[in-house]
Ligand binder design. Structure first.
Ligand code: ZN
Ligand code: ZN
Length: 344
């Protein structure tokens, strides 16, 4: 977005990041901008709800490079309010969702092989392209998703990143029937992943601090719940690390069974992974795998699965004006479940 767009217009309200700063400084500014116009093939979406994600903290605090200025937010539910030339997939008034994948080139070998999440030109919504902390946003219609009817806007928003990428994390863990899955950290994504894992019949052990998080994990069917460094009754065959710090990696490896895989779900860690003893933590054919971004197919597949299970999201609601406060509470681990902004 060119700087001129940030001259005070009066048509839409947005929370804008103009310079990197700790969230404690409340760097998201409330601004009034002009409504973006959909280009050919794009749709204009009037935003109803936008989910809040830990990745926004990484952008705001500079661990993940965003274009500046930028409107964050990549779990967007809204109604189509305008059609660019040639956009025919949605009608005015249709509900549409926008996820982390805002665009990819479609031509490179990653894109052609179904790995558009790894495209060098991958653009993240609310990071390289403006997102949903605003009353309106635009996206190419082929990167927008119809949302299953049964979900309200508030329930649906967290499905678009916490759910869809969480589902990719679970798939990439390689877990098999009869095995035990370990979840480290129990925020928005984990509270959805546990519902998929229980639906698919896996045993789930949850490692998390905070009594509220542990009781939500129990309520959602965890077979064992403990603190991050507690000893579980048996080793886990696969694990997903949702925590933002590097120190959890060796902790998770220490309870991983031989031949098991640890998936690191986050886009950035705020602290380094400490040096580790190879023999006791990684030998025995253990693996560590990261998860990068998401494909459109992941989102479509997950939305169908979410409707079938059905996933129930626990969402804490805030107003657009409270975006900084919501992110601060997320950083301080003072919210349990998902966090969403009700835009209008
Ligand atoms: Zn996210
Ligand atoms: Zn590509």
């Amino acid at each position: 977005m060119e700087a001129t767009k940030y001259k005070p217009g009066v048509e839409l309200k947005a929370r804008v990041l103009r310079k990197i700063a700790p969230i404690e400084e409340r760097p998201l500014e409330l601004m009034e901008l002009s409504v973006p116009q959909p280009k050919p093939g794009e749709i204009l979406v009037k935003v109803s709800v936008c989910g809040v994600c830990h990745t926004e903290l990484d952008e705001i605090e500079g661990r993940l490079k965003a274009k500046l200025p930028v409107i964050p937010g990549h779990q967007i539910i809204g109604r189509v309010a305008g059609l660019g030339i040639g956009a025919t997939g949605f009608k005015i008034g249709d509900r549409a969702g926008i996820a982390w994948i805002h665009s990819a080139c479609g031509k490179c070998h990653f894109c052609k092989e179904g790995n558009e999440n790894l495209c060098a030109e991958f653009q993240g919504t609310g990071c390289q392209a403006d997102g949903g902390y605003a009353e309106y946003t635009v996206v190419a219609e082929r990167f927008a998703f119809p949302i299953p009817e049964q979900f309200t806007d508030v329930q649906a928003a967290p499905l678009l990143c916490a759910g869809a990428i969480g589902s990719r994390d679970l798939r990439l863990s390689g877990i098999k029937r009869g095995q035990v899955l370990g979840l480290f950290g129990f925020g928005s994504s984990a509270h959805i992943v546990i519902q998929i894992a229980k639906y698919q019949g896996y045993k789930v052990f949850v490692f998390t601090s905070g009594e509220e998080h542990r009781s939500l994990a129990k309520k959602l069917g965890a077979d064992w719940v403990g603190n991050i460094d507690d000893n579980p009754p048996q080793k886990v065959n696969c694990a997903i690390d949702f925590t933002p710090v590097g120190e959890i990696v060796p902790v998770a490896l220490s309870v991983l069974e031989k031949g098991g895989r640890l998936v690191i779900a986050v886009i950035r860690k705020s602290t380094l992974i400490p040096s580790m003893d190879y023999a006791s933590l990684l030998w025995d054919e253990k693996e560590i795998k990261s998860v990068a971004n998401i494909t459109r197919q992941d989102v479509k597949d997950f939305l169908l699965l979410a409707a079938k299970i059905p996933i129930v999201t626990e969402a804490n609601e805030f107003k657009l004006e409270q975006a900084n406060e919501a992110l601060l509470l997320l950083k301080q681990v003072k919210v349990c479940g998902a966090v969403v902004l009700k835009i209008q």
